[in-house]
Design a protein around this ligand. Structure first.
Ligand code: PLP
Length: 386
């Protein structure tokens, strides 16, 4: 059954892979198994914090099919997946290379927790050469993202993987922004893929989870740390997730198509100074994105011309698009990273990275693109600075 699934296309895998065969009722969905207590005589011990309940395993099997992974562990949040994966590789005295444009929580995990654990770290620019230069003899892991948040910088994943393999260093990529529909990092040589499942995997803004996927051997290492850190998920969340993943391909395809249309619209608008979207041919990362991504994703950011429009007024004038945090849901939401994800970084550091007060990040949903464009258009028109 599973063997056959590996040969199917990703849209089919989204629907069919991994489901639990219900021999009692022969229903087509995985039943919700709520037990935390299981009989153990003559069988392996099953327990939520051992990450091996039927609902946890069904989600992991589906995600393994989508990412082309051997094995994986479902966590209670994206940060649980990331921190547990990193701690399974690095111990006191080791060194970790991270991108400086990583998700804020991952960035502050290093700056706030590594010191007390005796783990050293370096931040590298979003460039394969910069990552290679940051490697030390003690480097045990490299943590990257592509595209990055919120500037959508694209990193040559295969080159990072090759550099790491030559030196025996394990690579971790956070594939949240692209999702396996648009990018399959294990096929590009990465060792561990992590996701904030709260975003595209869940896709409806109503659950929190994360996942780490890798070879059997690396997953065993992550599991041995995970049973102590304990970030496991309940059966109901697993059920919602399995249901959501069936539409992942449909959602992400529409979100990517909508984002492309919106990016083109914004590019042509006189009140917009710059659009960051990997699908625009003039965007810096376009050539690499075309090589390593199937679609360019539903995330984009853009810079308003502060002299002609007020971004604060613009956010209030939107009618369909909601100013909100998080991303990857069916509804389009917008945020100002200087006020949200990057509010704790100093003004000077923020300007250096390129995150101004007029930079806005859009998580594009599955609505009709023309309605979204009309909403942006009317809000821009009503936000003019005179
Ligand atoms: C949201 C996010 C995370 C953290 O995920 P949680 O589910 O909130 O713990 C990690 N990486 C990226 C890229 C994210 O967007």
């Amino acid at each position: 059954m599973e063997r056959k699934m590996e040969r199917m296309q990703i849209e089919t895998q989204c629907v069919h892979s991994g489901k639990y065969r219900d021999s009692v009722t022969r229903g087509t969905n995985t039943p919700i198994f709520t037990s935390s207590s299981y009989e153990y005589l003559d069988k392996e011990i099953v327990y939520p914090r051992y990450f091996n309940t039927p609902n946890q395993e069904a989600v992991v099997r589906k995600m393994c099919a989508l990412e082309g992974a051997e094995s994986g562990i479902l966590f209670s949040s994206g940060m649980a997946a990331i921190s547990t994966a990193v701690l399974s590789l690095a111990r006191s005295g080791d060194h970790v290379v991270m991108l400086d444009e990583l998700y804020g929580g991952t960035h502050s995990f290093a700056t706030n927790a590594f010191d007390r654990l005796g783990i050293r770290y370096s931040f590298a620019g979003t460039d394969a050469d910069a990552v290679a230069q940051a490697i030390l003899p003690e480097t045990k892991a490299i943590v990257i993202e592509s595209p990055t948040n919120p500037l959508m910088s694209v990193l040559d994943i295969r080159r990072v993987a090759e550099t790491a393999q030559e030196r025996g260093i394990t690579t971790i990529i956070d594939n949240t922004f692209a999702s396996p529909i648009n990018q399959k990092p294990l096929s590009l040589g990465m060792d561990i893929v992590v996701h904030s499942g709260t975003k595209y995997m869940g896709g409806h803004g109503d659950l929190c989870c994360g996942i780490a996927l890798a070879s059997e051997a690396l997953t065993a290492g992550i599991r041995s740390m995970a049973v102590y850190l304990g970030g496991s998920v309940n059966a109901i969340t697993c059920y919602l997730l399995e249901r959501s993943l069936k539409t992942l391909a449909l959602r992400v395809e529409r979100q990517s198509a909508n984002a492309m249309k919106i990016a083109s619209f914004l590019l042509s608008h006189q009140a917009v100074r710059k659009v960051h979207y990997p699908g625009l041919p003039d965007f810096e990362g376009y050539a690499i994105a075309r090589k390593q991504m199937k679609g360019f994703g539903g995330m984009l950011s853009f810079e308003l011309d502060a002299k002609s429009v007020s971004s604060a007024r613009f956010l209030r004038n939107l009618k369909i698009i909601t100013p909100a945090v998080s991303l990857g849901g069916v509804e389009t939401i917008i945020c100002c990273p200087a006020e949200t994800s990057h509010s704790k970084i100093s003004d000077i550091e923020r300007e250096r990275i390129g995150i101004s007060e007029s930079l806005l990040r859009l998580s594009v949903g599955i609505e009709n693109a023309n309605d979204l464009i009309e909403d942006l258009k009317q809000a821009l028109a009503d936000s003019a600075v005179h």
